[in-house]
Structure formats: structure tokens, C-alpha cells
Design a protein. Structure first.
Length: 584
């Protein structure tokens, strides 16, 4: 083996790792919606969690990536620790798919069919198709599919290059002695764990082992302990990702470590007993692509089958290792780790935005109620609600900006833009709730009272405001387009009511029926009611725009008001419904 073989080996290894990384990330993007669906179906059923972990890992080709996602889910309270344990176990089986794909490189035979199955025969075609899709594809889905094909072709080319380069090691006595040394099961486990911890991918380290197997110097007795160690080394990624998370997220990362350590110890004991008690001849046979894939699958499936019924014990172990304390942890609403899977990160943003909408709605309703009947407890709730929505806007705005910088689909990009627009309106609605509360407190402080006629008029506009808030909430939460189309005509009616109430108040002032101080408070109330309905209109308009793939809000609303018979019909109905009582 000369210097050029070494350079080829390094180049092949780099291409292999690069191809695996590119393919994994493209698969993750391409399957974003599917991952979100799988997550939505996840239940407390153990088998559902196991299958979810298996399927997700088989798709994105990385148990480390799946486990990191799980840590993020637990940290964001999307997933419970009990659910996470089952998903992690499933991920260990799903990661074996990669070794079987790579084993295609070991196919040998003279027939045309066998030759066509060899990666060297079909990867150039995949690379050509992938290049065309990346360069000329019109949509992100086509480009991602092309990237998957290119990544796979690069991975297999790197594998072939690496395998060809290391064949010369078969004549190197030091290399043969190295793998004789790894026949010691403890050293083999350590070697596999260290290699995988460095490259942070058990799939990649299994591929490297398969490439080295072409030298004929890697026996099954040496390969099996290395495979066991690889499962321990892959835990490093999840452990690093759990730094700075809450206790349950750290427990999820530890479950991954405990599961793999227990499985390795259990299988290592069995392996040592079989090796030294029975000395089977197969352990001295050279390992090959397929035999390594078989050993990898058998080991992971066996560990999962044995430990799956013991998931409750694993949970108790990590609860002891990371105990609860008296201090209540604040759950992180959004986790940076989820940005690695934009589709799921967006789903989490939507969930937090719904929480924000609920808090904003409660705050504005509290502000309205405080004008009707003020209590200190209600005032405290309104101010707490406004602070909560401020916090939501801060974390959501920052997170969504980061998310928009990721490579996401057109639909997800529109949803991100929608949320960025809507959270500002939700925050302002809660501000108006506090403003209504302040008006209520001013009335108490200055002993201001409205006339019975004014109270009756306020009741009408409050009823209209309550309906527009309910319609807006339905439009956003349920993506209800019918409710969204009802908001704008009602907003126009509220604007008219607001001007009518100003006029009527001026007439009462002229008749000496109320004080000028009451007029100031009256004006503030109407201003906040009108602006709240404006923000409702913005939210509903945004929902409509996204549904029609158009983000020009003002143009859409103007066209709806001027051209839609539906608008005129609803406007007329709301005008009659919220007609003010006749002035006496």
C-alpha cells in the first residue's frame, strides 16, 4: 500500500461521510411533512412509539438525528419521557437499514442481473438524474429529491473508492495484527465506541467497517464487538444535544446511553461465553458486507426485543440519575434543536402561536369585563396575560426568523410568514386589553360613571367586539375561511358604531348629561375597541391570503370589500344585528 492508496482512502472516506450527510439532510427535508404526520400519530402506545422511531430513522438514515430530535421534543414538552424511550428503541432498529443499503457494494457475480444490482452500475445514472433535478427542478421537492440521489451516488462512490484503496492493507502485517488485537472483545467494543463518537454516526462507522472488510483481515470475531461498541459511541451526539435542556430532555439522552450500554453488556457477555466455551468456526471467518449488515441487525433487534418490555425500568433508572428537585422548571416553549427538522419546528411554532392566541383572547376579554365590573384579581390576570403574550411574541418572532433562514418548502415558508404577521396583531390585541383595564381603573379613581344610555350603547359594541374576536379565533385556530370572511364586514360595522358612539356622546355633552372627564375615558374605550377590531381584520385577512397563495393583505381586503356580494350581504346582516337603540 503506497501513498496514493492512502490519499485515495482519505478521499473515499471524505466522499462517503459527505454523501451520507447530504443524503440524510435532504431526506429529512423531503420527508418533513411525513415526519410531522408520524409525530401527530404518536401515542402512549409502546408499539406506536417503537414503529415511529423505526420509520423515521429508516427515512433519514441516522439514529443520532432521530435521538437529537427526540431530545428536542421532550425539551419542548411535545413528547413525554415514556414516549421518548419507545421511539429511541425503534431508532436503533431503523439505523440498520443503512448497513443493508451499503451491503449492495459487496454483491459479486457474472450475470447481467447481478451486475446491474452493483452500485457502480446504477449510481452514475442516479447522479445524472439527481444533477438534472437539482439544476432544472422548479420546486423544492424536486431539488431535494435530486439532492438525495446525488448524496447517495456520492456516498456509494466514496465507499467504492475507500474499499479499493484499502485492499492493499491485506498485505500489511501491522493491519492484520491490529484486527487480531480487536479480537479481544473489550478492545473491539472500545474501538467501535471511540470511532463512532468521533464521527458521530453509527451508520457511517458501520460503512467504514464494511469497507475495511474487503481486505479479508477483519474476522467476524473482531467485527461483532466493534459493532457493539458503535452503538455506545453514537450516544455522544444526543448527550451533547441535551446540554442546557430541562431534566426530562437530559433523561431522554441518558435513556439512549443506558439502553445501548445495557444491550452491549448483555450481548458481550453472551458473545464471550459462546466464543470461549464453544469456539465456533464462523468467528474466524472473514467478515463481508452482508455478514456485517446481518450482525448489525441481529444485535440491534435482539437488544430491542429483550429491553423493550423493560422500558419502565429504564425510565426509573434515568429518573434516579437525574432526580427531580423542589424547584419547578420552566418548560422551554421552543427548542433550537428542532430547527434541524424545519417541518416539525414549524409545527411547534404553530402550537405556541395557538397558546399565544388563547392568552391574547383571554386578556382582551378580561379588559372588557374590567370595564363592566372591576376587581383586583381580574386586573392582575389581565396584566399577567399581557406579559405572557409579550413573551410569546418575543420567542416566536426570534425563532420564526431563524426558521425562515432554513431551506423549507413553499407551503412552510408561507405559513412562517403568516405566523410572523399574526403574532404582532395578537400581541397588540392583548395591549388593548390592558388599555381597557387602565380606563376602568381611571373611572374608579375619578368616580366617573356613564349614563344609562351610554351603558346600553357600550353593550352593543361590546357584543360586536366579542363576536369578531370569536370569529378571528376560529379563523386562525381552525383555519376556518368562512369565519375569516365574516370578520371584515363586522370590522366595518364596528368602525361605523365607533363613530356613531362618538357623535352620540358629543350630543350628551352638549345637553349636560355627562362630564368632560367621562368623555376622555369614552374616547379611549372606543379607540381601543376600534383598534382591536382592526387587528382582528389583519389576522383574518392573513388566513385568507395564505389559503389563496397571496400575501398582499391590503389588496385582498380592498377587493373583498369592493367586489364581493358576500361582503355586502354580511355587512348588511351585521348592521341590522348591531343597530344602536334609538336616541330618546
Amino acid at each position: 500500500m503506497d501513498i496514493f492508496d492512502i490519499l485515495n482512502m482519505i478521499g473515499g472516506l471524505c466522499l462517503f461521510l459527505f454523501g451520507m450527510d447530504v443524503m440524510g439532510k435532504a431526506l429529512e427535508r423531503r420527508a418533513g411533512g411525513g415526519l410531522r404526520t408520524l409525530l401527530g400519530r404518536l401515542t402512549t402506545n409502546k408499539f406506536a412509539g417503537l414503529l415511529t422511531g423505526l420509520c423515521v430513522t429508516a427515512v433519514i438514515q441516522s439514529s443520532s438525528a432521530t435521538t437529537v430530535m427526540v431530545v428536542g421534543f421532550v425539551n419542548s414538552a411535545i413528547m413525554t419521557l415514556k414516549q421518548a424511550i419507545n421511539v429511541i428503541m425503534g431508532a436503533n432498529i431503523g439505523t440498520t437499514v443503512t448497513a443493508w443499503i451499503l451491503s449492495l457494494g459487496g454483491i459479486d457475480g457474472d450475470s447481467l442481473f447481478i451486475q446491474l444490482l452493483k452500485p457502480s452500475s446504477f449510481t452514475p445514472i442516479l447522479a445524472l438524474i439527481g444533477t438534472i433535478m437539482v439544476m432544472f427542478g422548479k420546486t423544492d421537492k424536486k431539488k431535494d429529491t435530486g439532492t438525495i440521489l446525488l448524496g447517495f451516488a456520492t456516498l456509494m462512490f466514496g465507499m467504492d473508492t475507500m474499499s479499493a484503496a484499502v485492499k492493499g492493507l491485506a498485505d500489511v502485517e501491522g493491519f492484520r495484527q491490529l484486527f487480531i488485537l480487536f479480537s479481544n472483545p473489550i478492545l473491539g467494543v472500545l474501538a467501535g465506541a471511540i470511532l463512532t463518537a468521533i464521527i458521530q454516526s453509527s451508520s457511517a462507522s458501520v460503512g467504514i467497517l464494511q469497507a475495511l472488510a474487503v481486505t479479508g483481515q477483519v474476522t467476524m470475531g473482531a467485527a461483532i464487538p466493534i459493532i457493539m461498541g458503535q452503538n455506545i459511541g453514537t450516544c455522544v451526539t444526543a448527550l451533547l444535544s441535551s446540554l442546557g435542556t430541562n431534566k426530562n430532555a437530559r433523561r431522554a439522552a441518558l435513556v439512549h446511553l443506558c439502553f445501548n450500554i445495557l444491550g452491549t453488556v448483555m450481548c458481550l457477555v453472551l458473545f464471550v461465553i459462546v466464543k470461549y466455551a464453544f469456539a465456533p468456526a464462523m468467528l474466524d471467518d472473514p467478515a463481508g458486507f452482508v455478514s456485517i449488515a446481518v450482525a448489525h441487525s441481529v444485535f440491534n433487534i435482539f437488544c430491542t426485543v429483550v429491553l423493550f418490555p423493560m422500558s419502565g425500568i429504564l425510565e426509573k433508572i434515568v429518573m434516579r440519575l437525574v432526580p427531580d428537585d423542589k424547584k419547578i422548571e420552566v418548560v422551554t416553549e421552543l427548542d433550537e434543536r428542532l430547527l434541524a427538522t424545519p417541518a416539525i419546528a414549524l409545527e411547534r411554532c404553530h402550537g405556541v402561536a395557538l397558546d399565544m392566541a388563547a392568552a391574547s383572547l383571554k386578556t382582551i376579554r378580561g379588559g372588557i369585563e374590567s370595564v363592566k365590573q372591576y376587581t383586583p384579581e381580574l386586573a392582575e390576570d389581565v396584566r399577567a396575560g399581557e406579559e405572557k403574550t409579550d413573551h410569546y411574541e418575543d420567542i416566536l418572532g426570534t425563532y420564526l426568523v431563524k426558521l425562515s433562514g432554513k431551506r423549507i418548502s413553499e407551503g412552510d415558508s408561507a405559513e412562517t410568514t403568516k405566523l410572523l404577521k399574526i403574532i404582532g396583531d395578537l400581541e397588540r390585541i392583548s395591549d388593548h386589553g390592558v388599555n381597557l383595564l387602565k380606563s376602568s381603573e381611571e373611572m374608579i379613581e375619578k368616580k366617573i360613571e356613564f349614563t344609562p344610555a351610554a351603558e346600553e350603547e357600550l353593550f352593543v359594541v361590546y357584543s360586536a367586539l366579542e363576536e369578531i374576536l370569536e370569529l378571528t379565533n376560529r379563523a386562525f385556530v381552525d383555519n376556518d375561511l368562512e369565519a375569516a370572511h365574516s370578520v371584515e364586514p363586522l370590522e366595518q360595522v364596528i368602525d361605523i358604531l365607533k363613530e356613531q358612539l362618538r357623535t352620540r356622546h358629543i350630543l350628551r355633552l352638549q345637553r349636560g348629561e355627562c362630564s368632560i372627564y367621562a368623555g376622555f375615558v369614552w374616547s379611549d374605550l372606543l379607540t381601543n375597541i376600534g383598534r382591536t377590531s382592526d387587528h382582528c381584520s389583519n389576522i383574518a385577512g392573513c388566513v385568507i391570503d395564505v389559503a389563496h397563495n397571496n400575501m398582499n393583505l391590503h389588496e385582498s381586503l380592498r377587493a373583498f370589500r369592493n367586489e364581493s356580494p358576500e361582503f355586502r350581504e354580511k355587512f348588511s346582516a351585521y348592521t341590522k344585528k348591531y343597530a344602536l337603540p334609538t336616541v330618546q
